[in-house]
Design a protein around this ligand. Structure first.
Ligand SMILES: [Zn+2]
Length: 419
């Protein structure tokens, strides 16, 4: 068969159109007091952003709907298994303008660019804006529902940190939590899932690299630690007669870098981000310390080794300070490898764009792509984050870097959907 003549132009990102779409998304939930964006999952602002994104997709000729989980999905092209692209629209409290929203906007801009160039699709493209990626209710509800991996009975039990039930929040948003299973995509109906996201870390900026291609998403375990000693007067209790829970906690915190270095891979991360003393009074020796250790690494074996090392460390610190200690592994998500062929496709697209540097890297943060990997080959492309800052109003990526990342993403999507 002779090669098909094509009159289509190479699709190109329209930066102004992309910026306008991003601004439209961020017109929902903007918080002038903090300069950030408040679109917690299923809040009025989140739902308004979803409806606006749905309307934008329909205006662009996509066949779009909101599913039972609140994901909005629009599809264009011939029948058959789709190339699914997108990210999430919800934010943390006072989040930045790019986390999630950028990946949704880039996905729809890719479809617009492909349509404008007159490219003939051989695979359909589906754009998705997922629901509750930020885990208001403790999971990644939207992508878990799409991938059909919501744990049995979880949705009925799930509440947010204020005690609001998922079912009630969904009902207030016009959704029915008892129908969540309806959102599952049929296995085989999706060829691949691709997501563009900000790095949310400092590596690309520090190294002066344009594009990050994620190889894997780290696993994450949550360990609750309780140390119990004796609360007592800070003036009358001699130093050698104390059972000071904070001193025990300090030993643990100070030793975490060495534990990560000695028992994890180079990608190990150990963090105490939340701790509480009791009674927490300036003149009283704390009798109890509670903390949460977040443990991340790129291999299950390394997570096992780190967990064992943390247990030993807590025991050692408790013994040294004559404390009682308990450690509970509250949850554990395994590391997820991303698709090597899709990583290679991103790398080829980056190499073909003049002046573009790229590197592979692990993702220390969780993303929808890790959940979607249970359903189909999945991939994740990063653009740099200034100062590594995210989940904060001053989250920022220079616009030329966004356009470059979007161009690499577009070339990859167009390649897959015309192959
Ligand atoms: Zn995100």
């Amino acid at each position: 068969m002779p090669p098909r003549q094509t009159t289509a132009a190479r699709p190109a990102i329209d930066g102004a159109r992309l910026a306008a779409l991003l601004a439209e998304i961020n017109s929902h939930g903007a918080n002038p007091a903090t300069g950030g964006y408040d679109r917690p999952a299923f809040s009025p602002a989140d739902m308004a952003a979803r409806r606006a994104f749905l309307a934008a997709m329909e205006a662009d000729g996509l066949v779009a709907h909101m599913d039972a989980a609140g994901n909005v999905i629009g599809r264009i092209g011939p029948p058959g298994p789709a190339i699914l692209i997108g990210s999430h629209l919800d934010t943390v409290a006072s989040g930045g303008p790019l986390d999630g929203a950028l990946g949704c906007a880039v996905a729809l801009e890719c479809v617009r660019a492909i349509r404008d160039a007159g490219v003939r699709l051989t695979s359909p493209i589906a754009v998705v804006a997922t629901a509750d990626e930020e885990g208001r209710f403790g999971g990644m509800l939207g992508s878990q529902a799409l991938a059909g991996v919501l744990p049995d009975g979880w949705a009925e039990r799930a509440t947010d940190s204020a005690g609001v039930r998922l079912a009630d929040a969904m009902r207030a948003a016009g959704l029915d939590a008892s129908r969540l299973a309806d959102a599952a995509l049929a296995p085989g109906s999706v060829r691949a899932f691709l997501e563009l996201h900000i790095e949310q870390g400092p590596v690309l900026e520090v190294e002066g690299i344009d594009i990050g291609i994620a190889t894997a998403v780290s696993g994450c375990a949550v360990l609750d630690v309780v140390l119990e000693g004796a609360a007592n007067h800070s003036g009358t209790t001699p130093m050698d007669m104390r059972r000071d829970a904070f001193v025990g906690l300090s030993r643990i915190g100070a030793a975490l870098p060495a534990v990560a270095r000695d028992h994890g891979t180079g990608d190990a991360r150990l963090t105490i981000g939340a701790a509480a003393l009791s009674p927490n009074a300036a003149h009283t020796i704390p009798g109890r310390a509670d903390c949460t250790i977040i443990l991340r690494d790129m291999s299950g074996e390394a997570m096992d080794a780190l967990t064992a090392a943390v247990l030993a460390l807590v025991e050692e610190a408790a013994e040294a300070e004559r404390l009682a200690a308990t450690v509970t592994v509250r949850s554990r998500l395994e590391p997820v490898a991303l698709d090597p062929a899709l990583q290679a496709a991103f790398a080829r697209s980056a190499a073909a764009l003049p002046g573009t540097s790229a590197r592979t890297m692990p993702s220390g943060a969780g993303h929808d792509a890790q959940t979607m990997a249970a359903l189909c080959p999945s991939a994740l492309l990063f653009v740099p984050s200034r100062g590594g800052i995210s989940h904060a109003p001053d989250e920022f990526t220079p616009w030329p870097a966004i356009e470059r990342g979007a161009a690499v993403f577009l070339a990859t999507v167009a390649g897959l959907a015309t192959a």
